[in-house]
Design a protein around this ligand. Structure first.
Ligand code: SF4
Length: 373
């Protein structure tokens, strides 16, 4: 189909409200119909098989969306499979022990998400009769559920025309509609356009297609327009004007080194992270710097020269922290600082730890036994 779009009302001599929307109102419905059909026809033959796409169970959709909030899909796949195998229903999650939930979340990072899911399960069991609400406003009241997640659950689980606009889908809309920035009027118009498109087809299918396009074709810095079903009518592709912020700005990655202490005396000192910390309730190796940091030279510890432990990098959002392990020997008089306790080596695998810390502890356990004396 070749669709001839008329210019926006703010670009004609006919007057009218300047909305910034690139199509005249009478063309929007037709355009939305074309947009929806192009994407849904393209999606099925090309899509990747991701486990959360095989279900419309609102609980499973919600789990996947919360896992995907700050973690890339390729990492989430295995965590999602294990989670829904162990906690297949909201009720099973509600009954589970929090430490077991955190164990299943270990390595996924941003542990508050796991805790929020547990609180959400309690709220839904107590206040919603055990059923995840099929109302976007009620969904937004649940712990850990924001505008995007609520809309995604409405579209993917309940097949309702709620526009779920994350960074990927926003980028597609900006480019397709030729919006130079996501200012308030243009964001509202783009949301309106997507809502219209969702009303033309299955909202679930169109949302899945947009997610797939954003992850595999309309990439931030190198859009693959030749493979895109929208290319013919896409304002950015037609005009070759990819002037959005994502093309221009490379997000700087912040790298830093952080010394972590393995204080040994036949067992190992670990810090129990408080509930409001980034690692709520997990066990950590003490750091040299920071609020709870220790200065090993000033507290009577002796550096062990035989340590051959390798640094481990810990990635989160645009930060990379390289943990540099140091083994220090404590004498019999040494008292662990506040918040820290001795833990026996045989207990290590049972304790919840961020994956980078666990990796260092496992290195320690695998070295010569004389290091551990
Ligand atoms: S044609 Fe290119 S810029 Fe436009 S939506 Fe497709 S991939 Fe993105």
């Amino acid at each position: 189909m070749s669709l001839k779009l008329s210019r926006s009302v703010d670009q004609t001599s006919e007057g009218g409200a300047a909305t910034g929307f690139p199509f005249a109102l009478e063309g929007i419905s037709q355009e939305a119909d074309w947009f929806a059909r192009q994407l849904t026809d393209w999606y099925n033959p090309t899509r990747r098989d991701l486990p959360w796409r095989e279900t419309t169970d609102p609980y499973a959709v919600l789990v996947a969306e919360i896992m995907l909030q700050q973690t890339v899909w390729s990492v989430v796949v295995e965590y999602y499979r294990r989670w829904v195998a162990r906690f297949p229903t909201l009720e099973s999650l509600h009954q589970a022990d929090e430490s077991e939930l955190l164990r299943y979340w270990e390595g996924l990072g941003y542990y508050r998400r796991a805790r929020s899911l547990k609180v959400l399960a309690a709220v839904v069991m107590d206040q919603c009769g055990g059923k995840i609400p099929d109302d976007v406003e009620e969904l937004k009241q649940l712990p850990g559920v924001g505008d995007y997640t609520a809309a995604a659950v409405m579209a993917l689980a309940f097949d309702r025309p709620e526009p779920a606009i994350d960074a990927n889908i926003r980028r597609i809309l900006e480019r397709y509609l030729g919006l130079s920035n996501w200012s308030n009027p243009s964001a509202a118009d783009a949301g309106g356009f997507l809502t219209k498109a969702l009303s033309k087809t299955s909202p679930r299918l169109l949302t899945l297609a947009l997610m797939e396009l954003g992850q595999t074709v309309c990439l931030p810095r190198s859009p693959r327009c030749a493979q895109c079903p929208l290319q013919k009518e896409c304002k950015a592709a037609v005009s070759k004007q990819f002037d959005d912020a994502q093309m221009r700005i490379r997000r700087p990655v912040h790298r830093r080194d952080s010394r972590v202490l393995l204080i040994v005396r036949g067992s190992l000192i670990l810090l129990h992270s408080p509930g409001d910390d980034r690692f709520p309730g997990l066990w950590l190796l003490p750091l040299v710097e920071g609020d709870s940091g220790l200065d090993p030279n000033s507290i009577g510890l002796e550096r062990m020269a035989s340590s051959r432990l390798k640094p481990v990098s810990h990635h989160y959002t645009v930060n990379v922290v390289r943990l540099l392990p140091e083994v220090w020997q404590a004498d019999m008089t040494f008292e662990p600082p506040m918040g820290m306790v001795w833990n026996s080596f045989s207990e290590m695998e049972r304790l919840l730890m961020p994956s980078a810390h666990r990796s260092i502890v496992r290195q320690l356990l695998s070295v010569q036994s004389d290091v551990l004396r």
